[in-house]
Write a protein of this length. Structure first.
Length: 362
């Protein structure tokens, strides 16, 4: 998974003149993924996928599909397949308001092509297309001119991006997108993946978590173009409404005995489940001694003691206001087993502390 937010917002907004409140919100986006540091497994899986994120798409495929969609990103980089029911929830005819703050200077048009929203997550496809074709090379917001063009899917070419652009007479533009500080829907964490379609067409996929109390689905995306690293960005916005047409089934997994984790001071107090067409969202609530590092303990769901983990998508651990913890695990959609195993293990995945047999309860 290509998480462009961290370096992107640091580079793009570090020198922007803005109010203190605006700067705080923008820099919050830089840190959106910091909470995932507690989930080392998630960060590791993200890093593995990052190497192949920006890959050129053959022109014939582009002509047939017009853009790289949510399902394509999920299957290519997340290793997950959207169910037919989830595919039916994808919005493609999106009424949006576009605003170029500096229309005469903005060389790229940004268009929201797809959106998918359920009770636990949001995915958005944005197409960045140069207004004047054949003049630019669009690259990701965290790409460097010294990066190899193989990162763009140009195989057997040893040139760097800067040299490639120079040889073809193209100007490099770094493009990015993310939730604007004015957005009604403003998630705690998100990631941005991107895929090159042509030299001057880039598709970006924003994925974000959605909490139960996030009922405002008005989205404002801030799109940026930089002509040089560290330069002031040219900004445009797209605003639109997310639509949640998903169904939701809320349940719990319960154990017959107290779920005290051997070898630690932790005790699991509740395991909630929310099932939609898009995914199965598991929340594991537990207490933990302040003396123990909170990232020393992780959880996963398995069908049995010796089976593999469910099809994992993402996850993180949060410390709640009352001093307890919540581990959120997002899994691929599918039927939930009536009985399964909740496994507690250390973040290096070397030791399994405890396995609890749990049963589904409505």
């Amino acid at each position: 998974m290509k998480n462009a937010n961290k370096d992107y917002y640091k580079r793009v907004y570090g020198k922007v003149n803005a109010s203190d409140e605006l700067k705080e919100r923008l820099m919050d986006m830089k840190n959106m993924e910091n909470r995932n540091r507690k989930n080392k497994r998630t960060a590791w899986k993200a890093a593995v996928a990052a190497a192949a994120v920006v890959v050129a798409l053959p022109a014939g495929i582009f002509a047939a599909t017009k853009y790289w969609g949510i399902g394509d990103f999920m299957s290519e980089y997340g290793g997950t397949t959207l169910s037919p029911e989830a595919n039916d929830l994808i919005e493609t005819d999106i009424e949006q308001v576009k605003k170029d703050e500096e229309a005469e200077q903005m060389p790229v048009e940004f268009t929201v092509r797809e959106s998918l929203c359920d009770r636990g997550s949001v995915s958005i496809i944005v197409e960045a297309r140069a207004k004047e074709r054949g003049k630019y090379l669009l690259i990701g917001p965290d790409s460097e001119e010294t990066d190899p063009v193989s990162d763009l899917g140009i195989k057997k070419d040893k040139r760097r991006m800067g040299q490639y652009a120079k040889d073809k007479g193209l100007e490099i533009l770094r493009v990015g997108t993310g939730f604007d500080y004015q957005s009604g829907f403003f998630p705690d964490s998100c990631s941005v993946e991107y895929k090159q379609v042509e030299d001057d067409v880039l598709n970006l996929c924003i994925r974000a978590e959605r909490e139960k109390d996030q009922n405002d689905l008005h989205v404002v995306l801030s799109n940026t173009v930089q002509r040089a690293p560290g330069s002031d960005p040219i900004v445009s916005t797209n605003s639109f409404e997310l639509t949640d047409k998903s169904s939701s089934d809320q349940m719990e997994y319960k154990a017959k005995r107290a779920m005290k984790v051997k070898g630690t001071s932790a005790e699991v107090t509740k395991v909630t489940v929310e099932k939609t067409e898009v995914g199965n969202y598991i929340n594991i609530y537990y207490t933990y001694s302040e003396e123990v590092e909170e990232d020393a303990l992780m959880f996963r769901m398995k069908n049995s003691k010796d089976s593999e983990e469910w099809e994992f998508k993402t996850g993180r651990t949060d410390k709640l206001e009352d001093g307890t913890y919540r581990c959120r695990l997002d899994y691929e959609s599918g039927e939930l087993p009536k009985t399964c195993v909740l496994e507690a293990f250390d973040y290096e995945e070397k030791n399994v502390f405890e396995q609890f047999k749990v049963s589904l309860s409505r």
